[in-house]
Ligand binder design. Structure first.
Ligand SMILES: [Zn+2]
Length: 133
């Protein structure tokens, strides 16, 4: 089984080495060269609706799987405790469905955040008005 190592960096370097995943906590992103060897760069933003990175002190895990649907190779794999676990190639219909579901999830997430933000502003406004008077 192939493995991948990792480095924590502030800025993602311009030239990436194969077999290394570069993690920037500052920019909440991880970048690596596609594990299939096609040399393409794979960017995985870290957020509650994108990828989640688990660092156990020795290894890293990225969730969910990495599906490079946009690349020619269309590779699909998991990074679990520094191990690359290959997944099956998905048919286009399944990829499309997943992308749609992803979009819906993201929209829902940002809607909730905005609602919370609006509510916060309302409270802030009331607080401000009543303390001034
Ligand atoms: Zn590839």
């Amino acid at each position: 089984m192939k493995t991948i190592s990792f480095v924590f960096v502030e800025h993602i370097p311009e030239k990436l080495d194969e077999g290394i995943i570069y993690v920037s906590l500052k920019y909440c992103t991880a970048v690596h060269k596609c594990c299939c060897g096609c040399q393409e760069e794979v960017v995985t933003p870290l957020s509650p609706v994108d990828w989640q990175l688990t660092f156990d002190g020795k290894t890293i895990t990225l969730d969910p799987s990495i599906g490079n649907w946009g690349l020619k190779c269309q590779s699909h794999y998991w990074i679990r405790k520094n191990k690359i676990i290959w997944s099956e190639k998905w048919p286009d219909s399944k990829i499309k469905l997943l992308q749609e579901a992803d979009q819906i999830e993201k929209e829902g997430y940002y809607k909730i955040i905005n609602k919370k933000r609006k509510r916060l502003w309302k409270w802030f406004f009331f607080y401000f008005v009543f303390t001034i008077v």
